[in-house]
Ligand binder design. Structure first.
Ligand code: ARG
Length: 715
């Protein structure tokens, strides 16, 4: 056991062995173990120490890093009054939610002139890490001999006990996270702050400049930042919103450097990467390329087009759908890019090569030798059903009315009992109120017709729910496409879920009969029943065996060659990525510079365009070269790239220089390495950042705010 443990998971070893031979750009390192990378970091230019990054006894950089809303983004504290920087696309939902046609801060931008003008955001919270602890030894030995299901339950139970113990008598919260598919476990203790207020945002013509056209691509000219403030109670502790709360006084905040950057400069990104899948198998990659990704893309495309058509018609609809549109579009393009780059960078072949090496090594080792045979069997039985759930999740239930109709379908059995029905439906009243505030019928109706057609065409007929036949019979209109259109029209004309009055009337006297005659109810209930009773098990069985085999594979790899398992996959826990400012050549004959400038913003400017328009005062300021202290050679740097290893969830993370100063905010990955969540490609993978000088220029010059005075600026 002990010997095994020593060779296992070099990422777990606090020892000073570093396997990193090249400058470590790849790697999402655990901050509590960053000591083992210190020498390498210094070689790459870092001037501070591991203790400056993570220290539980003294203030350290980690105290300035916040996890947003449970992990969708990262933010950093930049003043002693709890001022928080993050990306514009991280604040997008809050900004869109606060916007109305008459007070459209999404389009116009907003800067609070005093604390009193800062706007509370319902539901937004942040967590700051207090400490983390390796609890593998308290969990793994207790899992021996358990089935996968028992294992999951045990981990859950032990995790809860450890979390409880770690937070007893404190106001903190804790959780235990699994690493490397269950080869290691860490406990994380957080302090939660639920009073977060919007301080300011540039107009989206700056914050989302380039839109979906430029998204996931370099060269980039987006001012992707927004500004919030953390409020605490009078004892400086995390608390729910109260008008009596005061700005949080942090243990640590990041000073800002205006000195600028050049190629080769040290860069560290500190944040909460969401998920990578660096140990994905060749079989998983093939399934993604051939089936799952195309299914995701197709269904998202349907939804995006239907929404866009309506959003272009009026501002209220645009605001209502803006945030969901942005997030669906973001990963629509992500999967297009991922598929393209998996192919271009021959990731399948790379994986096969590694797997062959592993098979050879595993011969005669009973624990490992038949992993890939088992995997092949698992994939073969799962593959025929793999896209069924994709088309359900990305398409069928992408229709908004599913949000009401599906939970109703879940409660179907109880709803048959008149004595229980009223109690259940009553819970839907406030949900309905919220729902109909932003419901857009025409796009939703189109989405039902078109995602149904996609399902009908692409999912094997023997997997179809019975209702499809019924629809084709009752609404027969020549082609399936026309029939589905007719069906959707009838559904939206008559269902209780597509009209507020009909919905409330139904809640007033909920008859099961109403539902059993309601097309929307029947539709979602039947799709659900069909999936749950016949196909969910293929998914669950596959996930279970896939996880078990992945766990063994990672363990085996670490024995075969520890340098293949230096750091664990991202899992929404705090990580350090270090690297350098670095340019690249995207393809033969083309060079991409390491930075972009405000002059480049002007070059892309297209008046009146939805993605490349600019605010009037921007043009004015540019004409007058009013760049203030942010200018460098008569221009302002807007974006720059580094070779840091980041992924979704890292958005908003600080880019920190060798001295621990903030030089930018990470906000994107680049097109040529969109397969990066699966394999980090050293030649192509870059991290796209907005330069802090552009951020401050946008606040001071464009926004006319004097917030910059609150920051600690090193010139
Ligand atoms: N691709 C970025 C990320 O996932 C989000 C960019 C948001 N901008 C946009 N145009 N949708 O972090």
């Amino acid at each position: 056991m002990n010997k095994l443990k020593l060779t296992l998971f070099s990422f777990l070893l606090g020892a000073s062995v570093s396997f990193a031979s090249d400058p470590a750009d790849e790697g999402m390192w655990l901050p509590s173990l960053i000591g083992k990378n210190e020498a390498q970091m210094k070689k790459q230019g870092f001037k501070l120490t591991a203790k400056d990054i993570y220290d539980i006894n003294n203030a350290s950089l980690k105290d300035a890093i916040v996890r947003m809303g449970g992990g969708f983004c990262t933010g950093e504290i930049v003043s002693d009054k709890g001022l928080l920087f993050t990306n514009h696309h991280c604040g997008y939902d809050a900004i869109a939610t606060l916007s109305t046609p008459n007070d459209n801060i999404l389009d116009n931008g907003f800067w609070a002139k005093s604390n009193a003008e800062e706007r509370p955001i319902e539901g937004l919270y942040i967590d700051i890490l207090v400490r983390m602890e390796d609890v593998t030894d308290q969990i793994l030995p207790k899992l021996e001999g358990l089935s996968e299901k028992e294992r999951a339950a045990k981990v859950n139970q032990l995790g809860n006990e450890l979390s409880q113990k770690a937070t007893d008598g404190t106001a903190y919260n804790a959780s235990v996270k699994e690493f490397a598919k269950g080869n290691a476990y860490y406990l994380f203790v957080f302090e939660k702050f639920s009073d977060i207020r919007l301080v300011g945002t540039p107009p989206q013509s700056i914050g989302k400049y380039g839109g979906d056209t430029d998204n996931w691509e370099w060269p980039r000219h987006t001012g992707d930042f927004s500004v919030f403030r953390i409020y605490a109670n009078k004892d400086n502790k995390g608390a729910d919103y109260s008008k009596d709360n005061i700005p949080y006084k942090p243990k640590k905040f990041l000073p800002i450097s205006l000195k600028g950057i050049k190629p080769g400069d040290f860069a560290m990104v500190f944040g909460f990467p969401g998920r990578t899948n660096r140990y994905e198998t060749s079989m998983g990659i093939k399934l993604a390329i051939d089936k799952v990704n195309p299914g995701i893309i197709k269904n998202r495309d349907i939804r995006l087009k239907a929404w866009k058509e309506e959003m272009d018609k009026d501002v209220a609809t645009k605001l209502a759908l803006a945030s969901e549109y942005a997030s669906i579009a973001n990963y629509w393009k992500y999967f297009i890019g991922q598929t393209q780059q998996l192919v271009r960078l021959k990731v399948f072949d790379q994986k096969v090569a590694l797997e062959n090496q592993f098979r050879t090594w595993a011969k005669g080792k009973p624990a490992y030798e038949d992993i890939f045979d088992q995997w092949q069997v698992a994939y073969a039985s799962y593959e025929p059903y793999a896209t069924h759930s994709t088309y359900l999740n990305q398409g069928i239930v992408g229709a908004h009315i599913a949000a009401l109709a599906l939970p109703m379908a879940v409660a179907e059995e109880q709803l048959k009992d008149p004595a229980k029905a009223q109690g259940i439906t009553e819970r839907f009243r406030s949900r309905g109120e919220e729902f109909f505030k932003s419901f857009n019928l025409p796009s939703d109706q189109k989405i039902v017709a078109q995602t149904l057609l996609a399902f009908y065409n692409d999912i094997p007929k023997d997997q179809h729910p019975a209702i499809i036949k019924e629809i084709l019979n009752k609404f027969s209109a020549g082609t399936p496409e026309e029939s589905f259109k007719k069906f959707a029209q009838e559904m939206y004309l008559t269902s209780v879920f597509t009209d507020k009055n009909r919905f409330n009337k139904f809640l007033d006297s909920p008859q099961y009969e109403t539902l059993s005659n309601d097309w929307a109810f029947k539709y979602f209930a039947d799709f659900r029943k069909n999936y749950i009773s016949k196909y969910a098990k293929y998914n669950a069985d596959f996930q279970e065996i896939d996880k078990k085999l992945s766990r063994l594979y990672i363990k085996g790899l670490s024995e075969m060659n520890p340098s293949l398992v230096e750091y664990p996959d991202a899992n929404s826990t705090l990580r350090v990525s270090y690297g350098n400012v670095q340019d690249y050549d995207p393809r033969d004959g083309v060079h991409y510079n390491y930075k972009t400038t405000i002059t480049g913003v002007m070059e892309k400017y297209k008046p009146g365009d939805g993605e490349f328009d600019l605010p009037k005062n921007f043009l004015e300021l540019y004409k007058n070269k009013d760049f203030g202290q942010y200018a460098e050679n008569g221009d302002v740097t807007v974006g720059f790239i580094t070779n840091n290893d980041i992924t979704g969830g890292n958005s908003g993370s600080p880019v920190i220089n060798a001295k621990g100063e903030l030089i930018g905010l990470a906000f994107d990955g680049n097109w040529e390495a969109m397969s990066g969540d699966i394999v980090f490609d050293k030649k192509y993978k870059r991290c796209i950042n907005v330069d802090i000088r552009y951020v401050l220029w946008c606040i001071e010059k464009l926004g006319g705010s004097d917030l910059v005075k609150e920051l600690k600026i090193n010139k």
